[in-house]
Design a binder for this molecule. Structure first.
Ligand SMILES: [Zn+2]
Length: 334
């Protein structure tokens, strides 16, 4: 079976000097032709689908602000909106829903939703952190609405997926795991954020500099038991390339080789536990070269074809995270 992808560039969702810009995708876009995957059409998410996660009041306010008051800044992150942002956000969410459905229906083996604006910071009642609607959370709820009973989301963007955590804090059908740099935006995501949901809501806060070696250990010692214990029928990945060591807005330490290792690990987990059903969803990543190399690594992992030509090892020393990883395992009983 094949790999499919959606591509929502949102060229008019752009703001002067803002890092979350269409140009993030400029190097990746021409390389997509050589990936062994099929581009599929997407359509905007409907208000009902957005409402799977978001409060109707937020949807109405956001539409009004975009259509009548934009361009402007709506929070301190800063998150911006333009006149097209509401429609761009509907199309981004639609791009993830489409990928989820084709994989769930068996029309494709797996998928990659390359969309912007990103989504994982958007909470049910609040757009924030460069995110308007929570694309991955909406698609996970759509999968549940269409018959699945258990969906897992693994988020290895550099930032905590606070919006996704908020959406599923009390929804036992969805398990959520986030790795992120501790001490940066949005400030949430400590180990004990959700004491009522051990094993199901899993936070892996990491110190600055954590890179390929640390992430490989996290994948082995935390991703594996997380998936084994929840037994999802499908896995969504919130993939952000801002954990790359030279991302301009964070200070983690992954290289492209590390991103490829992570993508292969989660693809393997999907093969072992849910017939290979996995959908990658783009979140952050603010250096276009990292987004291109990391995006290519996702395609290599999901298609099982090709090798990465990028060579960008992290020149810095990684911190020792052994005690942190063991503390997290102990908290969850992994
Ligand atoms: Zn991020």
């Amino acid at each position: 079976m094949n790999t499919v992808y959606t591509f929502v560039r949102s060229p008019n969702h752009v703001y002067p000097d803002h890092p979350e810009r269409p140009a993030r995708l400029d190097i990746l876009e021409p390389r997509l032709k050589s990936c062994d995957a099929e581009l599929i059409e997407t359509k905007p998410a409907t208000p009902v689908e957005i409402g799977y996660v978001h409060n109707p009041k937020l949807i109405a306010t956001l539409e009004k602000v975009c259509r009548e008051e934009a361009p402007g800044i709506i929070d301190y992150a800063p998150t911006y909106v333009t006149n097209t942002s509401f429609d761009d956000a509907l199309l981004a969410a639609g791009g993830v829903i489409t990928c989820g459905r084709v994989v769930m229906n068996g029309d494709a083996r797996n998928a990659f939703a390359i969309v912007r604006p990103p989504g994982h910071h958007a909470e049910p009642d609040r757009a924030m952190g460069f995110c308007l609607f929570n694309n991955v959370a909406i698609a996970a709820r759509d999968a549940l609405a269409n018959g699945l009973e258990r969906v897992a989301i693994i988020d290895y963007d550099a930032h905590h997926g606070n919006g996704t955590q908020a959406a599923f804090l009390n929804d036992e059908r969805v398990a959520f795991l986030s790795t992120h740099q501790w001490g940066i935006y949005p400030g949430t995501g400590w180990i004990d954020d959700a004491p009522h949901a051990k094993k199901r809501i899993v936070n892996v806060p990491l110190p600055a500099g954590a890179g390929d070696r640390v992430y490989e250990q996290v994948a082995q010692e935390i991703f594996v038991p997380f998936v084994q214990s929840f037994k999802p029928q499908m896995i969504f990945i919130s993939v952000g390339f801002d954990a790359h060591w030279n991302d301009p807005i964070t200070t983690l330490g992954l290289s492209t080789a590390g991103y490829l290792m992570l993508a292969r690990k989660v693809v393997r987990l999907a093969e072992e536990h849910c017939d290979g059903r996995i959908v990658f969803v783009l979140e952050g990543g603010y250096d276009p070269k990292n987004v291109a190399n990391g995006g290519e690594a996702v395609f290599i992992a999901v298609t099982g074809k090709g090798e990465s030509e990028a060579s960008d090892p992290n020149p810095h020393k990684e911190p020792d995270c052994e005690s942190r990883i063991q503390e997290i395992r102990k908290w969850h009983g992994f």
